[in-house]
Design a protein around this ligand. Structure first.
Ligand SMILES: C[S@@+](CC[C@H](N)C(=O)[O-])C[C@H]1O[C@@H](n2cnc3c(N)ncnc32)[C@H](O)[C@@H]1O
Length: 276
């Protein structure tokens, strides 16, 4: 019997990922293969490297290249009030529940450059809840967290963000939340008063608190089923009874072993409530 020839690039990717994990502790082994491969190949091309084995040699011996690789390999696209209907729904369905709590802990996992964290802080301020909240904003990528901490975003995006804010049920004039300086928008420091920005890797780190709300949008799509299940276990163990889980548009709890432990509180918005 002739066995099908394995794809050499796929073998090289396995070796590369194993090497990165063993040497640095970065674990990409359970990321969705097709998109990971696309990004690795595009990085190789941008670096003028011959193949994935050459990349492995470079990354294991050159820390600067590794940092560059890490920045390129994770997709950091985000925006303020991304999917405005999610925030609109959060306002109408989740805020009334949160108002019954004396103190609220929120975890934004995979927050990227922080736009969704500032969006949530604005929403909570408008609902007069922010002073009772602590937001933990985490990402595996240290570089994007630096931007998140700064709260400074390109001014040219503010017109689009204003539209999103209004669609998300915004109650003020959006420009009240930032000061324009040259080509940047510097967001009010009060918005990050109750925010803790920290590095956390969903693939390797464990739970660090118990939360009333966990928001993790557009992150699980980059993971394979094994890692998705592992992360859902982490979230389930980190959410208090009746806590809220918010996922991205293309993500859901369907077909996961956790479906039975949550009720959908808003159809189509990927907002779930943990059952007792
Ligand atoms: C597409 S962005 C989503 C940002 C934001 N949640 C949103 O929906 O707009 C995906 C983020 O997940 C982060 N990420 C990827 N792998 C991760 C991991 N293992 N642990 C934590 N964050 C991770 C990336 O660094 C990136 O910032």
């Amino acid at each position: 019997m002739i066995l099908p020839k394995p794809d050499l690039e796929d073998i090289e990717i396995q070796l590369l990922l194993q090497g990165l994990y063993l040497y640095y502790g970065y674990d990409f082994r359970n990321y969705a293969q097709a998109s990971l491969k696309r990004r690795i190949l595009s990085f190789i091309h941008s670096q003028g490297l011959k193949n994935i084995s050459a990349l492995q040699e470079k990354l294991l011996h050159d820390r600067t290249s590794l940092e560059q690789f890490l920045t390129n390999i994770t997709v950091n696209v985000t925006s303020m009030f991304r999917d405005p209907s999610f925030y609109l729904c959060f306002r109408s369905k989740v805020i009334p529940l949160l108002k019954t709590y004396p103190f609220i802990r929120i975890w934004h996992a995979g927050c990227s450059t922080g736009e969704e964290v500032y969006s949530m802080a604005i929403l909570l301020q408008e609902e007069n809840l922010y002073h009772r909240c602590r937001i933990y904003a985490t990402d595996t990528n240290e570089k994007v967290l630096q931007t998140a901490k700064s709260g400074i975003f390109p001014l040219k995006l503010m017109q689009e963000y204003t539209q999103m804010y209004l669609k998300a049920g915004g109650k003020q004039s959006f420009s009240e939340y930032y000061t324009a300086a040259y080509d940047h928008a510097i967001f009010r420091t009060t918005l990050k008063e109750n925010v803790i920005f920290a590095q956390h890797n969903l693939a390797t780190d464990s739970s660090f608190n118990e939360f009333n709300v966990i928001i993790c949008r557009n992150v699980l799509i980059y993971f394979n089923q094994i890692l998705q299940k592992q992360v859902h276990t982490l979230f389930h163990n980190s959410l208090c009874n009746f806590g809220i889980l918010g996922l991205g548009k293309q993500e859901s709890l369907r077909f996961t072993p956790y479906e039975q432990y949550y009720e959908e509180i808003a159809k189509g918005e990927k907002l779930y409530r943990r059952l007792n």
